[in-house]
Design a protein around this ligand. Sequence first.
Ligand SMILES: Cc1ncc(COP(=O)(O)O)c(C=O)c1O
Length: 507
Amino acid sequence: MRKMTSAFSPVISVSRKAAKPLHKQIYDAYRSLIVERNLSAGQQIPSTRALAIELKISRIPVLTAYAQLLAEGYFESRVGAGTFVCSSLPDQTTSNDRRTKQAVPVRVAKRTTARRALRLPPYEKVPWLRGLGAFSVSQPAYDQFPFQIWSRLVMRHCRNPRASDLHYGGPMGLGPLREAICNYLRIARAVHCDLEQVMIVAGSQQALEISARVLLDAGDPAWVEEPGYWLTRHVLTLAGCLPVPVPVDDEGLDVTAGIKRYRKARAVFVAPSHQYPIGATMSASRRLQLLHWAEHLGGWIVEDDYDSEYRYGSMPIASLQGLDDNSRVIYMGTFSKTLFPSLRLGYVVIPRDLVSRFAAIRQTMDIGSPYLYQAVLTDFMNEGHFARHIRRMRLLYNQRRMALVDSLRNEFGSAVEVHGSEAGMHCLVTFNGDFTDTEIAQHAARERLWLTPLSPSYLGKATRQGFVLGFSSTPAAEMPSAVQHLKNVLTSHGSIRNKKETLARAI
Ligand SMILES: Cc1ncc(COP(=O)(O)O)c(C=O)c1O
């Protein structure tokens, strides 16, 4: 039994005026907390002294109640450790009883929620978003992360924090981190910025959310890439905007098609360095066309530069923001790909005249980012570990990407098409044949293979089916067997559903 050491006082109220004696009130309260499983086996109970102080009564009734609970086996005491809910307590009530009790809806009034909350589909735990292992998208090589250095920096900042480190920070984030990011973006991404324009956010997701709140009103049309990043679409849908799907090809977003579809859109959300999921890099002529459109029609460009650090065939492509002379681009990036996603740290470079609007909205959302990891990341960047880690990962991921492409060609030959530029941490594959990618992805997940289906990336009807395959977490030497596993899964699914699925026959 896992030992649970926290001894929060449970909510118990006693009354001196009640007919029931105090010790009985305490006994009954604990007994029902245990029977109803609000206190679980092994959980620590506050000491008699602490509970007596909390309830503002003498210790005697508490001692009496505890003695009774110990005698009846609800509590057990461990020498030198304290009093705990008995770890071998038999099931007094089934967990179903409790679930039923909690699930009974309140019938007195309608349970009305905001219409806004109903704009998004209910949260669904799709396996490919959480699975760890072969082909999982957005999974850096965690075993290669310099945790020794990272934990040393964490300790440095944990040990003797100053009062100012523990107090509220500002909505823009920690100054030295903003400066380090600003220097990095100027050099590595050709972004035009100074410190005042950089805001630290909880990943690109928060940057998208704040941008939508600052730039768009309900009903405003905004171009999104088709297919594109589904969470960008959700941000716009939640804001009550009108996402306008604009097709993407090998040159990135088709600006002419966007203009034809909705010339006066208020904004466009794009990933020009490495489009998700197709993997295209936006051509120079499309970039200039987009900037021209924004300048002349007063549109905003939200540039999601989520994995631009990783380019293998050529030098990194400069940001779109760096080409912009009219401050129409909101530029965002993330540490989810370069470090790890649970860090929830990213940044947004804001046009000067919008900085205070972004700051006001950010403050209202969550006040600002936690101090500790901002401070750790500042040192990680300033001491050169960040640049070193990216350089190492660029070599490693390039090998892994090549191993994936070679293995796909070996296993599937001409039946597979690999899309996208030599960049990032994933590539898109499509196959000849008629199949339903979500169905196959569900089937593959049962085999612990994490294929992200292409079709949910479409806002409209999916015109293609395929899979986004992450390659960054699988060592090159293991790639051939991972791809063989992929082939087995695809063929076995096809043979299960042979009538409809022709994929198995095609490969
Ligand atoms: C297109 C795109 N943008 C941004 C992100 C990163 O989001 P975040 O910084 O919120 O982790 C991802 C992650 O997969 C992505 O695919």
